[in-house]
Design a binder for this molecule. Structure first.
Ligand code: NAP
Length: 303
């Protein structure tokens, strides 16, 4: 893979930015990568572990002269960061982001960008429950989708270059509009996270099940909920506050289905339960066939 950008700036140096850095380096996709994070502690850690060719003291300094600036901060601060870098963006540069929500981020970022700067929002569908600069690894995006959300009138060459970068980092890219993205993600990621948070919260409330029992016997489904529920609180607070409508719509549907299953259990309607679970099993099979998960009994965690 050959170099796609001379200079890339990563603003925010957590799980996603650090994985991008290692993936960019793995394939030589950029000449120089600069980086910035809010706290001195994260910037020092980045310097210590060699994350970024140059760690800067401000977002504006990191963005100065960059051909591509990628906002890798929580969704709720994307607009503030865009305002900080705007005066230093060079004409013809591209700004992208990796936020888990698209419509709200576009609304917050786009007004700050000067004319002549291209905006190409993106969202890699890859992550772990870990966060921070040490959490990243080069393989995070391998064989995962990255959704690209071009804007009306987007410069095609700028969009295609961002897609090439993600492909170079191991992802398959697909273009989608912002509202559809937010609905799809509400189903596939946001609502499931909220349900996991709730389930773990419920177990914690149930004093009849002691903490040690919850941990000791967690293999039976609960363990997967706890992994998801360990995800970064700031990131997920911002996701729900910024994808409000789609998440609420899906949760409404979820509640209806839950009540229907609750009723089937109460009335002893085994046929309904069996049919329902047969259908959901087929969905799981579809995910494995699409190469988006492994059918190893531990969900590939021991790999
Ligand atoms: P993370 O590991 O928590 O890192 C966030 C980074 O943003 C930290 O370096 C933090 O700096 C920095 N930051 C926070 N506020 C800032 C500000 N005002 N100015 C400058 N830097 C700031 O988060 P992440 O998991 O990489 O997520 C980053 C983005 O990717 C989020 O928008 C998230 O929605 C999206 N995303 C996440 C996943 C996932 O599974 N984690 C997957 C796809 C997309 P400090 O360390 O100094 O606080």
């Amino acid at each position: 893979m050959s170099q796609i950008y001379d200079r890339v700036a990563l603003i925010g140096l957590g799980l996603i930015a650090s994985s991008m850095y290692w993936a960019i380096k793995r394939s030589g996709l950029a000449g120089e990568v600069t980086g910035y994070a809010r706290s001195a502690e994260t910037r020092d850690t980045a310097r210590e572990i060699g994350l970024c060719d140059r760690v800067c003291e401000s977002a504006a300094e990191a963005a100065e002269g960059a051909d591509l600036v990628v906002l890798c901060v929580p969704v709720g601060v994307m607009g503030d960061v865009a305002a900080q870098i705007a005066p230093n963006l060079k004409p013809g540069a591209t700004v992208s982001d990796v936020g888990s929500v698209k419509a709200a981020v576009i609304e917050a970022v786009a007004p700050h960008l000067p004319e002549g700067v291209h905006f190409v929002p993106a969202h890699p569908l890859a992550g772990t429950e870990h966060s921070g600069p040490r959490a990243g690894f080069a393989e995070l995006f391998d064989n995962r989708f990255c959704l690209i959300v071009p804007q009306q009138g987007s410069d095609r060459a700028a969009v295609e270059r961002v897609e090439q970068l993600w492909q170079g980092m191991g992802s398959e890219t697909e273009e989608m509009d912002a509202d559809h993205h937010d609905l799809v993600l509400a189903v596939t990621s946001h609502a499931p996270h909220l349900i996991a948070y709730t389930m773990v919260g419920v177990a914690d409330d149930l004093r009849r099940v002691t903490d040690s029992e919850v941990i000791k016997f967690s293999a039976a489904g609960f363990r997967d909920f706890t992994r998801i529920a360990a995800s970064d609180p700031t990131m997920w607070r911002d996701v729900f506050l910024n994808n409000k409508n789609a998440t609420l719509e899906i949760l409404g549907r979820f509640t209806e289905e839950l009540f229907a299953l609750q009723r089937a259990i109460r009335t002893g309607d085994g046929e309904h339960l069996h049919e329902y679970f047969t259908h959901t099993r087929a969905i799981r099979r579809g995910i494995i066939e699409a190469g988006q998960d492994t059918d190893a009994p531990d969900f590939g965690r021991s790999k």
